[in-house]
Design a protein. Structure first.
Length: 354
């Protein structure tokens, strides 16, 4: 899905009807990421003397990529309305250990535990959005508070132990593959496809983008910005719930370390992928490709025994550089848009009689 942005003030027809695509920028960002992904993986394959082309190695990389894709999508949908969700990692960790505790400690059936986690993720996300709307407190503060609360709940559920997950249909899902492609990775791609379709084709999704791109124009078009904000946080929580379920499916046990390192990748994937921090412009495909690039940095660290601190440094530097370049592009476009208006009176003055 290419980058999309909301209509300007002159667009007031159907809600979301003015949502337009920026194909040139979208193709540029996504094509660049695709080329970088291929070249980076080819370089790692050459450095590993071809071992990364073996079936188990490829499968391991795809399993390792599942959660980054999902948490990137969870952050993306909130960025679409100009918000941030700092509770992505804490929510994922809390839901993961909750699944483990329900199944291992209380004997809850797998399906019920999964349903509780998904519903809980959506409900907590909706609560975040509702708090932002009712209190008018910045989402940064609300989700920061939620992160702290959920981190405490995660420790309350798991403590210092690792909860061993029993053999179940969930663990079998985590080890299942189709044509040597992990099923959990396919679920992540399916989630991305559904989210792309929702944001591009569904009326609610287009309204959500319109609210993020130009809240005033959206309100004048009859769109409820508050409803879009709550919906975005709810979807974000639901996608985090999917990430938590697939984490529990692919791991032998869960503990309080889950989710600790999710926050930076959740921002890195959508921002590098082309999302605008101000809202209204996103790229689902760019997010997926950027998540792959970020994970390749981790693979390179493991392959070449690099200092782990260099991973966060590299990813953080790339995110910062992307934001700065995006800001420079916006400033250049704004100046170009103002220039014709500034030149018009001069031309009129020159052409009039003295």
């Amino acid at each position: 899905m290419s980058i999309q942005t909301a209509p300007d003030m002159s667009t007031r027809s159907m809600p979301g009807a003015g949502v337009r695509r920026l194909p040139r920028l979208g193709r540029s960002t996504e094509a660049t990421l695709a080329v970088v992904s291929v070249l980076a993986y080819a370089g790692l394959v050459a450095g590993s003397h071809g071992s990364l082309l073996h079936g188990n190695a490829v499968r391991g990389v795809l399993v390792y990529l599942t959660v980054p894709i999902l948490i990137g999508l969870a952050q993306l949908v909130v960025l679409a309305v100009g918000q941030m969700n700092l509770s992505v990692g804490a929510l994922g960790g809390f839901l993961s250990v909750s699944i483990g505790a329900l199944m291992a400690d209380h004997g809850v059936p797998t399906g019920v535990a999964v349903a509780i986690a998904l519903a809980g993720g959506a409900a907590i996300g909706a609560a975040n959005g509702l708090l932002v709307v009712t209190t008018r407190i910045n989402g940064f503060i609300v989700t920061l508070a939620a992160m702290t609360i959920l981190g405490g709940l995660q420790y309350k559920v798991a403590g210092t132990r690792t909860i061993d997950l029993p053999e179940s249909s969930l663990s079998r899902l985590g080890s299942a593959s189709f044509l040597n492609v992990p099923v959990i990775f396919l679920i992540a791609l399916a989630t991305a496809a559904i989210l792309a379709f929702f944001l591009r084709r569904a009326t609610a999704g287009r309204r959500l983008l319109a609210s993020g791109g130009n809240p005033l124009a959206a309100r004048l078009s009859g769109i409820s910005n508050d409803r879009s904000l709550i919906l975005a946080h709810s979807i974000s929580g639901l996608v985090v719930g999917i990430a938590a379920v697939l984490t529990a499916a692919s791991a032998p046990g869960v503990n309080t370390s889950i989710g600790v390192d999710w926050l930076l990748p959740s921002f890195a994937a959508p921002i590098i992928g082309g999302a605008a921090l101000a809202g209204g412009a996103i790229s689902v495909l760019g997010t997926v490709l950027a998540a792959f690039v970020v994970r390749l940095v981790d693979v390179a660290r493991a392959q070449y025994s690099l200092d782990p601190s260099w991973v966060n440094f590299t990813v953080g530097a790339v995110v910062l550089g992307t934001v700065i370049l995006g800001r420079l592009r916006e400033t250049r476009r704004a100046r170009a848009a103002r220039r014709p208006a500034a030149d018009a009176p001069q031309q009129h003055t020159t052409g009039s009689p003295s």
